[in-house]
Design a protein around this ligand. Structure first.
Ligand code: ADP
Ligand code: MG
Length: 209
């Protein structure tokens, strides 16, 4: 796949929903260690609703598609992560514009806009032990490889997101519910970073064929 099409984007969200369902209990376990044990349930409900919406009424343009995803996540995920993931997709939609497909350079710009939206909305920085610690490296890796083909850029971003997720383990949380634990938040992977790693792995899988 040279460019991300609307069908490719729908496949991305569908694979993300499958991955979140498969990892639902794991995400909840991570959130029970340093939060309130709802991240798996929140994400599974919301991402499945978004995938179902796209399947029932498939948008032909990327802005309409990602806007539908963002709005659905905002209204169904709840918690801190719902508005943050919602913002990611709404910013991605605006940056891509009313197009039927996005080449790697356009998608890199869109992912960067999504990342910056999440950072602004959550007022978090890298190293605060949040989803940004997976999303930031993923977007940087995608940008660095945007001159090559889409599958290569997406695979690199998925690997970077997974490394970013793993690197949250020793960190002390400075944002979100986990920050209430202070030093006791260290020694656990951040649940939002774990779901973000699934997001980028799902993109890599969706564009690999
Ligand atoms: P809640 O914390 O409201 O229960 P979730 O459990 O669904 O919401 O999501 C928790 C995740 O949200 C955290 O693991 C973290 O990655 C992310 N998060 C929380 N606050 C912020 C923030 N201010 N900026 C970025 N990400 C955040
Ligand atoms: Mg929670």
């Amino acid at each position: 796949m040279a460019s991300l099409t609307a069908a490719g984007a729908a496949a991305w969200i569908s694979r993300f929903a499958d991955a979140v369902d498969a990892q639902r209990d794991h995400l909840t376990d991570l959130d029970s260690a340093i939060g309130d044990a709802d991240h798996g349930g929140n994400m599974s409900r919301g991402v499945r609703a978004a995938a179902d919406k796209l399947a029932a009424d498939p948008p032909t343009h990327l802005d309409d598609l990602f806007k539908a995803v963002g709005m659905t996540l905002v209204s169904t995920v709840g918690g801190a992560s719902g508005p943050l993931y919602g913002t990611f997709f709404l910013r991605l939609a605006s940056a891509l514009g009313h197009e039927e497909e996005a080449d790697p350079a356009a998608l890199a710009t869109g992912l960067r806009a999504g990342l910056e939206g999440v950072a602004a909305r959550g007022k978090a920085e890298r190293g605060d032990k949040t989803m940004l610690d997976a999303m930031g490296p993923a977007v940087e890796a995608f940008e660095a490889a945007a001159g090559s083909d889409l599958a290569t850029a997406a695979a690199g971003s998925a690997d970077a997101a997974a490394s970013g997720r793993d690197a949250t383990e020793p960190l002390v949380a400075r944002k979100g519910r986990a920050s209430y634990l202070g030093e006791r938040s260290a020694g656990h992977v951040d649940p939002g970073a774990a779901s973000t790693a699934l997001l980028f792995r799902a993109l890599a899988e969706a564009v690999a064929q």
